[in-house]
Write a protein that binds this ligand. Structure first.
Ligand SMILES: [Zn+2]
Length: 171
């Protein structure tokens, strides 16, 4: 039996397809020198919210990718309940974003790669999985994990390089 070719472009409507859209946003963040994280919110197959991290540019600690995507989706739907919506985010959400995801009633949360330092969806704690809260989004891990990990690694490697060169030029 011939081996199946690995598709380079994910099939439209698949989790990989939407995560690839989130990765495009993460790349926009990286281009601005921001930690590259991107998020999209999908309802009935349509992207209704997009966001990328811009805390440095906006000088605002709350403008994470997920928060911006939630605000946009709520504006689009005309209400704060994101019923029937799924979120795709390249990096495991922090405590703030995980809280907002529960509050907004997102149904399914697709995560690219985990954040052992600040993640609140299984790493440090699991806010969406806390049954004491009145809503638990379903969690799906590891969508395009390699790509989501690579964009962060690449960003921090370049950042270290820049800092090293800065130190050299000072001496
Ligand atoms: Zn966050």
């Amino acid at each position: 039996m011939p081996e199946l070719a690995v598709p380079t472009i994910p099939e439209e409507g698949s989790p990989e397809f939407y995560m690839a859209e989130a990765l495009k946003l993460a790349r926009q963040a990286a281009a601005l020198g921001e930690i590259p994280v991107g998020a999209v919110i999908v309802r009935d197959g349509r992207i209704i919210g997009r966001g990328f991290n811009s805390t440095e540019t906006d000088k605002d600690p709350t403008v994470h990718a997920e928060m911006k995507a939630i605000r946009q989706a709520a504006a689009e739907l005309g209400g704060w309940r994101l019923i029937g919506c799924d979120m795709y985010v390249t990096l495991e959400p922090c405590s703030m974003c995980a809280g907002a995801i529960v509050l907004s009633r997102i149904e399914r949360l697709f995560i690219g790669t985990m954040d052992p330092k600040a993640g609140a969806c299984g790493s440090l704690r699991n806010i969406p999985g806390d049954e004491r809260l009145n809503h638990q989004p379903e969690l799906i891990y590891g969508v395009l994990q390699t790509e989501c990990q690579a964009i962060l690694k690449d960003f921090f490697r370049k950042l270290r390089q820049v800092r090293k060169e800065e130190r050299r030029s000072v001496q």
